[in-house]
Design a protein. Structure first.
Length: 373
């Protein structure tokens, strides 16, 4: 039974974590830093006056200090003393009060982390998993794909694409921008295997058009974030009309409103909300509904290891079509949560316990926190 008593927020605690990982490559990475060999995130815990806690995660690749301070000084003061029982209404209030700082980027990353924690609290209060709280799930487990880092080395790309498939993954995503290296990934994956490529907004429309013959020869299941700037949905739609490769985009988009423009442009087959960036569960579920109404399948951006990963699993239980869970294909030194559900034979179960299911591993927090806990 849902607890109708107001849940007053008593505390918001912030935990910036940096967990090293290995990926078998040179750590070229995709962030502004010179080398990418550690996972930066900002976790937050919301505690109510009666002692209940909810966990969230804010996107923080190469911007951890900024996101941490945004949570501490912009979001947390607006939450203390508020009723946590209606996350959507509370988040709308925060969005209105913080809109002057921008509707995207750092501000929305911080809001996203808080929103996830509030929904975790709400589901726990109801004694239900988040997936069940949101309605009748469409599935109890989710197929996963191996999301490889950028290696910029054909031998490594071929090797790791083949390795992922040998571990049971049925789909592999590359982050390469050289057609010759993409071809190496296709060789590793084999013909007829679900292979996708994310170029992280590397090309202009003219550059991408010139590369289409080579990309089409690789038989891609989707081409992700092909153009810069990513918010030019008109050019994205123009590219979609020029190729048979389905396009995917959205990891850089925030709020349901930007996704609505993207979806209505007709350029994207696979919208890709990121729960730690889009505005949390509240905005993500709105995107799911909009995508389903247009017969589109969401393929969310989810290369994280903490509460954002757990929340994405619950949300994918409600995604239309045949969605896939993105799993970053690296070996982290540790996981921030205990008993994190990882792929087995390419599938991951949707957690069945109350809330999102995240339980912190405090030993990991002590070891990898940016400052003493």
């Amino acid at each position: 039974m849902v607890n109708d008593h107001p849940m007053r927020i008593a505390a918001v605690d912030v935990y910036p974590l940096t967990i090293p990982f290995t990926d078998g490559g040179a750590g070229i990475g995709l962030t502004p830093v010179r080398r990418w060999d550690s996972f930066e995130t900002v976790l937050l815990r919301i505690t109510t006056a009666d002692g209940r806690t909810g966990w969230g995660e804010a996107f923080a690749y190469a911007c951890q200090s900024a996101v941490t301070e945004a949570v501490r000084h912009m979001v947390a003061p607006l939450l203390i003393g508020r009723d946590a029982s209606d996350p959507a209404a509370l988040m709308l209030d925060l969005q209105r009060k913080l809109h002057v700082f921008g509707r995207y980027g750092i501000t929305m990353f911080a809001i996203s982390g808080a929103d996830i924690a509030l929904w975790d609290l709400k589901a726990q209060s109801a004694g239900m998993s988040l997936a069940n709280l949101l309605g009748t799930p469409l599935r109890q487990q989710v197929d996963a794909y191996a999301s490889l880092v950028r290696y910029a080395d054909p031998a490594l790309v071929e090797r790791f694409a083949a390795a992922a498939l040998s571990e049971g993954y049925r789909s592999v995503k590359l982050h390469e921008i050289d057609p010759a290296i993409i071809d190496a990934g296709r060789r590793g994956a084999g013909r007829g295997t679900h292979l996708t490529v994310d170029v992280n907004c590397a090309w202009s429309l003219a550059e991408c058009r010139a590369l289409l013959p080579a990309l089409e020869a690789a038989e891609l299941a989707w081409l992700e974030e092909p153009l810069f700037p990513p918010e030019d949905f008109g050019e994205l739609a123009e590219l979609a009309r020029a190729t048979q490769i389905p396009l995917a985009a959205g990891e850089n988009a925030c709020t349901r409103y930007e996704f609505a423009r993207m979806i209505r442009s007709g350029g994207v087959r696979y919208p890709q909300p990121s729960v730690t960036k889009v505005g949390g569960v509240t905005e993500f579920t709105a995107v799911l509904r909009d995508a389903a109404s247009h017969s589109l399948t969401c393929m969310p951006h989810s290369p994280y290891f903490g509460p954002g990963y757990w929340a994405t699993l619950h949300l994918l239980a409600h995604a239309a079509g045949e969605p896939l869970l993105e799993v970053l294909y690296v070996s982290p030194e540790a996981m921030p949560g205990r008993h994190t559900p990882l792929p087995v034979d390419g599938r991951v179960p949707v957690p069945a316990g109350p809330g999102i299911g995240f339980e912190p591993d405090w030993d990991v927090f002590e070891r990898y926190a940016a400052r003493p806990i």
